[in-house]
Design a binder for this molecule. Structure first.
Ligand SMILES: Cc1cc2nc3c(=O)[nH]c(=O)nc-3n(C[C@H](O)[C@H](O)[C@H](O)COP(=O)(O)O)c2cc1C
Length: 388
């Protein structure tokens, strides 16, 4: 067994053990991938401030996100096709999150259905909603999440139309994969993945196939999605969905202070500062740069969470010290899942927790809720030099 020390180790194993089509799907940004790259490189520009001769005993990472107790303020982000990175991937990731004590968010575009995940977990998870034109399907989807006792609805706002990721087109991405000669040759070297996939029935979009009208055959799904995502989504519709749901709401995909103000006005429990991991608007700023103006715009009215680019506990610490009250990880847990299934997701969470704990201690803090800008050295103009 290789020694795993960091998220990058998991990423290397993920690449080795997962079909190229699905590794590439996770490891892509849109078009030139500038935003995808800057999400991580901008974290590196911020430095942590080392302090000495302070009591480092009795440390804690425990916190709250939207009023819910969490072992550390790091939730698993919704990731479509998680069950293609590893058989039953959503169930495995949800179980690892539950055991660790952090929230798991199930994507609308998951392979395992809402009911599948509910059946295999014992604590409520969060459900991410893409807004669809088919109102009847949308209402039933929300009702299914309610019936499964999901404890928050994460409404994604930055994907009314799909950003282009070149590799998906070149690889002919589909779920399940079409068995072309190139795919067969690739699968011959990924036999654990293949055997596990043969042993499960969950190989297509569990929340959609058999639930949405006109989608019984998964091969029609990509065209259905392209047709179904609602390009006319606006704040009024968001309010309507919020009312239909009637529970806790996180608005995901906010990157601009003006939109953050609108989100706070519409009312939500948290906004999630996100650029979809650099998969949508290529050329948009990184989330860690976007955070400060957004915090100032909402002025403590709602919780502000952040994702996109987090690959370590140091990154989480930086986001929290900048002022976010929670974070989400996407690829960092997907690397773990692809590397080692449920154990791999647990490894990813343990790595991040350990890095966060030790970094916090070396910054002279003992409680994650006490970290603040004193822990950081931020280059001048990092957040504020943009016009417009
Ligand atoms: C492969 C992949 C699939 C994703 N699918 C969804 C999705 O179905 N719904 C959604 O709201 N966000 C989706 N996202 C975005 C994530 O929720 C999250 O915003 C992003 O992964 C954060 O960036 P990070 O991967 O750098 O942590 C996806 C991200 C990836 C990498």
């Amino acid at each position: 067994m290789p020694v795993i020390t960091c998220i990058d180790d998991l990423k290397r194993l993920h690449k080795r053990r997962t079909p190229k089509m699905f590794y590439d799907y996770a490891e892509s940004g849109s078009w030139t991938e500038q935003t995808f790259r800057e999400n991580t490189s901008d974290f590196e520009k911020i430095r942590l401030r080392q302090r000495v001769a302070v009591d480092m005993s009795n440390r804690t990472l425990a916190s709250k996100m939207i009023g819910q107790d969490v072992a550390m303020p790091v939730a698993l982000a919704p990731v479509g096709l998680t069950g293609m990175q590893r058989a039953d991937g959503e169930i495995k990731a949800a179980r690892a999150a539950e055991a660790f004590g952090v929230p798991f968010t199930l994507s609308t575009m998951s392979i395992c259905s809402i009911e599948d995940v509910a059946e295999h977990t014992s604590r409520p998870f969060w459900f991410q909603l893409y807004t669809m034109k088919d109102q009847d399907y949308l209402r039933r989807l929300i009702q299914r999440a309610k019936d499964a006792k999901c404890s928050a609805l994460v409404i994604t706002l930055d994907l009314q139309i799909l950003g282009q990721r070149h590799k998906d087109l070149k690889n002919g991405l589909s779920a399940p994969p079409k068995l072309t000669p190139a795919v067969m040759a690739d699968l011959a070297t990924k036999w654990t993945w293949g055997l596990e996939m043969l042993a499960t029935k969950r190989r297509s979009f569990g929340n959609i196939v058999g639930h949405a009208q006109g989608v019984t055959d998964p091969s029609s799904l990509f065209s259905w999605t392209a047709e179904q995502f609602d390009p006319q989504l606006d704040w009024k519709k968001i309010e309507e969905i919020k009312e239909l749901w009637g529970g806790k709401v996180i608005l995901k995909g906010i990157l601009d202070p003006e939109d953050a103000k609108m989100a706070a006005k519409v009312g939500c429990d948290a906004i999630l500062v996100s650029n979809h991991g650099g998969r949508q608007l290529d050329g948009a700023i990184s989330t860690i740069r976007a955070l400060d103006p957004i915090l100032q715009a909402v002025g403590g009215e709602v919780e502000v969470h952040l994702d996109s680019g987090i690959r370590s506990g140091q990154d989480v610490l930086k986001a929290l010290a900048m002022g976010a009250s929670g974070t989400f990880i996407g690829r960092s847990f997907i690397y773990g899942l692809g590397a080692n299934g449920e154990d791999g997701v647990r490894s990813a969470l343990e790595i991040i927790a350990k890095e966060m704990d030790i970094s916090m201690a070396l910054c002279g803090k003992r409680d994650i809720n006490e970290v603040d800008r004193d822990c950081l050295q931020i280059p001048e103009g990092f957040s504020g030099q943009w016009q417009g």
